[in-house]
Design a protein. Structure first.
Length: 174
């Protein structure tokens, strides 16, 4: 588990280094960049990620208390909320492209699409993992004595959330 989380953090650390190098070399392009993006979409996805992470944390707490059904309900809530992220991203990307903001545009747009699309892939993997954890919870694989799979998934989701909390201000606010 820790190797996977370290790999994910290392991958995004390298991308953030590229972001800062690119931003330093093209400050005027990056200064104008946030004005081209939908802050509403960025805020909405931030709320989705934070809220789904909260639900997953509640699921872990419920499992620790051996409340399997409650844990499952929190996981279901996280899934329903989490599915909103790729939906919002789809509409945001569609809107961007209809206004000519593509990955083939300026260096801000290329960096934006590379980082946010890569993050969305991690969210997709997380949603698949969430389905697996829900299935395992439904089968009562986890209990108050053994819930390491649920906890490992929660760590992955929280790291993915943390990465979004770094991406959001870099592209939408600064």
């Amino acid at each position: 588990m820790w190797v996977g989380l370290f790999a994910e953090m290392s991958e995004f650390a390298l991308m953030f280094i590229v972001y800062f190098i690119t931003r330093a070399n093209y400050p005027e392009v990056f200064s104008a960049g946030p004005e081209t993006l939908s802050t509403v979409a960025g805020v909405t996805n931030t709320l989705i990620m934070i809220t789904s992470s909260y639900c997953i944390a509640r699921a872990v707490f419920a499992m620790r208390a051996d409340q399997v059904k409650t844990s499952f309900r929190w996981l279901l809530a996280a899934l329903v909320i989490g599915i909103g992220y790729p939906i919002v991203k789809y509409f945001e990307f569609s809107w961007n492209m209809s206004y000519g903001l593509t990955g083939n545009g300026d260096v801000f747009q290329m960096t934006y699409y590379y980082l946010t699309f890569n993050h969305m892939i991690h969210v997709f993997w997380g949603l698949i993992g969430l389905c697996w954890v829900m299935y395992s919870t439904h089968l009562r694989v986890y209990s108050a004595k053994e819930y390491s799979g649920l906890e490992a998934f929660a760590c992955f989701w929280h790291i993915t959330d943390l990465i979004w909390l770094i991406i959001f201000p870099l592209f939408y606010l600064l």
